[in-house]
Design a protein around this ligand. Structure first.
Ligand code: AHG
Ligand code: MN
Ligand code: MN
Ligand code: MN
Length: 336
């Protein structure tokens, strides 16, 4: 039998994507090339994050972004890395980043047929204390790359061709879907390769964990308040759920995907559209949840049906185990 220490049949993310893409006859390798550039960006950010404290990369960059947030040095660095990697791939024509007020339109010579919406560094508030952070991305096909406009970017999430995130935590894990299920890859630093470690991830139908910032409870609407109450004081004699909230969406979603349960960032009186951004947080995570057998709801509709009108638009989000989200949908339906 194979020597356990050295699996010789290494399934790297590049090989995996190539296999998957070669199954579709008209594939010309463009998505494979685009994803390999995103993977390169993730490897770079992983190494920068791992030595942030040492390389004076923690703390503020002294700028604020369109969100009115103070940009961290790693926010700015990661954004530059991904913009450069995506443009140089020659497979993108328009880019939307949390850290840039306007969309980036790629110069004609380097234009390709994809739009990428991304959050270069998610969970920035956790950088300086060493808690897991990540990168989130969603990929769309653009109809006419020669005349790409902002309208082409403002598509409903269900049009995405691929989505994923990379979590920089105790290990560096990249979770990806190109529309045929969800797979997880772990970076082997000694090889510099992402190796398939979580094939065909399926989220449990029901979970025992709820994940929300309870500090906003004063401002929640009724259905959210009722759902959280039910988690803490179940009426049907079942045991209460556990609360787990990391404050980095990537880490909270990754735990939800693997362990089950529900992650919510609801609307509240202060922020009627919640906090999370549609194009590069809500959509990619909703796409992954559906591909893994879960679901994602905005309080009004299926998250992937939402049609954004602005590139930094926000939406409330309830995502995770199918049955748990179903309970939330019932509570919102009763409210109408
Ligand atoms: P980002 O760091 O990219 O701006 O995103 C932060 C988001 C998300 O990662 C997390 O779920 C949420 O902010 C936490 O918000 P609260 O601190 O309000 O709970
Ligand atoms: Mn931010
Ligand atoms: Mn974010
Ligand atoms: Mn961010």
């Amino acid at each position: 039998h194979e020597a356990d220490a050295y699996r010789t049949d290494l399934m790297t993310i590049t090989r995996y994507v190539l296999n998957e893409q070669s199954r579709n006859p008209e594939a010309r390798g463009d998505l494979t090339i685009l994803l390999s550039h995103i993977v390169l960006g993730c490897k770079f950010v992983a190494s920068a994050v791992n030595k942030a404290g040492l390389a004076k990369l923690i703390g503020l960059a002294g700028e604020t972004n369109v969100q009115g947030e103070e940009q961290k040095k790693l926010d700015v660095l990661s954004n530059e890395v991904f913009i450069k990697a995506l443009v140089s791939s020659g497979r993108t024509c328009v880019l939307v980043s949390e850290e840039d007020e306007e969309a980036t339109f790629v110069e004609p010579a380097l234009r390709g047929k994809y739009c990428v919406c991304f959050d270069p560094l998610d969970g920035s508030s956790n950088i300086d204390c060493g808690v897991s952070i990540g990168t989130i991305f969603g990929i769309y096909m653009i109809k006419d790359k020669e005349n790409v406009t902002l309208e082409d970017v403002l598509q409903p999430g269900k049009n995405m061709v691929a989505a994923g995130y990379c979590m920089y935590g105790s290990s560096c894990t990249l979770v990806l879907s190109t529309g045929n299920g969800v797979n997880g890859f772990t970076l082997d630093p000694s090889l510099g390769e992402f190796i398939l470690t979580h094939p065909d991830i399926k989220i449990p139908k029901k979970g025992k964990i709820y994940s929300v910032n309870e500090g906003n409870a004063k401002n929640w609407d009724d259905p959210t308040a009722k759902f959280v109450e039910k988690c803490k004081f179940p009426k049907d004699g079942s045991s209460p759920k556990s609360l787990r909230y990391i404050g980095s969406m990537v880490a909270d979603v990754h735990r939800t995907l693997l362990y089950g349960g529900v992650f919510l960032y609801p609307a509240d009186k202060k922020s009627p559209n919640g906090k999370l951004r549609v194009l590069y947080e809500v959509f990619p995570m909703s796409f992954l949840m559906e591909q893994a057998g879960g679901q994602s709801f905005t309080g009004k509709e299926r998250a992937l049906d939402l049609v954004p009108t602005k590139i930094h638009e926000r939406s409330p989000i309830f995502l995770g185990s199918y049955e748990d989200v179903e309970e939330i949908k019932v509570l919102y339906a009763q409210q109408e």
